[in-house]
Design a protein around this ligand. Structure first.
Ligand code: HSE
Length: 304
């Protein structure tokens, strides 16, 4: 029966001031294979990140993603075999859940000839995720500015110069996005809102035009990072260490716990080491990923 294999990129979001509206796809990929089978059972195999913790039952988050598409075409999800090869660390701010959900929706769209548009796919993923930024980047690739307008996702995909690299330092600490959202206030001051808006207005043209000297202040934030610092020991120290080592800008990756830095020259290794050392001051071990921007987003790379 039909089978599809999908590569889906990780993403870093918020980028400091762009809470819930900026996503950047990264060159770190999960591979997901989905096959329709005769037997009326669900088989799930998980390798790599989360192989001991991710459910291999209907509780796996890919199932509701697949089911949304089955429901759309009025078919029942009966027999399916799924193989996840996960490289994106879980609950560390690199969009692993969005990547899995996007892969599920894209796979079902192909297998069922559901003819979904990018907007349909992003809308479904956003319903599951609760926010569109990681899903938009994983689906579309590149730098994506995204919002929800009258319940429909709307976005602009932007390209950034090839020289931009992202150093993501991923500590052992897991931060579930739900917890990192619950900690945020429901109201913010006008001055904090203007702080972020004015930085966002500088950040986007600076990223697309390669005006790197603006990034150190344009990646600052007052809407989420200050509140989340209580969940991520050393967050501010790691951000400072990245800038002191020569990063162009530094920010909490998504909801954390990972911290990302923009790098434009060949200093990525030193910057990653400085960030790791800052975590180590409190005995927190971490892993460094030196990544490029993924331009293509989720791709079907094998089908039958
Ligand atoms: N924009 C979201 C947040 C990303 O910061 O909560 C979470 O992955």
């Amino acid at each position: 029966m039909r089978k599809v294999k999908i590569d889906v990129p990780a993403s870093t979001t918020n980028i400091g001031c762009g809470f819930d509206c900026l996503g950047l796809a990264l060159s770190l990929y999960n591979t997901v294979e989905v096959e329709l089978i005769e037997e009326e059972s669900i088989f799930i195999e998980v390798k790599g990140e989360g192989e001991k913790s991710i459910p291999t039952t209907r509780d796996n988050i890919i199932i509701p993603a697949l089911k949304m598409v089955f429901d759309r075409v009025k078919k029942k999800l009966k027999g399916i075999r799924i193989r996840e090869i996960n490289r994106i660390p879980l609950e560390r701010g690199l969009g692993s859940s969005a990547a899995t959900r996007i892969a599920g929706i894209v796979a079902a769209n192909y297998l069922l000839d559901a003819n979904l548009s990018a907007r349909d796919i992003l809308k479904m993923a956003t319903l599951l995720e609760g926010h569109p930024d990681n899903a938009a980047a994983s689906l579309l690739g590149g730098l994506v500015a995204v919002t929800i307008n009258e319940r429909e996702p709307a976005w602009v995909k932007l390209s950034v110069p090839e020289t931009l690299k992202v150093v993501a330092v991923i500590p052992r600490i897991k931060v579930p996005t739900k917890k990192a959202r619950e900690i945020l206030p429901s109201k913010v001051s006008l001055s904090d809102a203007v702080f972020n808006l004015s930085r966002l207005a500088i950040l986007l043209p600076s990223l697309t035009a390669g005006i790197w000297e603006n990034l150190s202040f344009a990646t600052q934030d007052k809407l989420h990072q200050p509140y989340r610092s209580s969940l991520i020991p050393q967050m501010n120290r790691v951000l400072e260490a990245a800038l002191a080592a020569g990063a162009k800008g530094a920010f909490l990756s998504g909801a954390g716990s990972g911290i990302a830095a923009f790098v434009s020259e060949n200093k990525a290794g030193d910057i990653g080491k400085a960030m790791q050392d800052a975590f180590l001051e409190k005995g927190i071990e971490s892993e460094v990923f030196i990544l490029s921007v993924d331009k293509k987003g989720c791709k079907i790379n094998e089908e039958r």
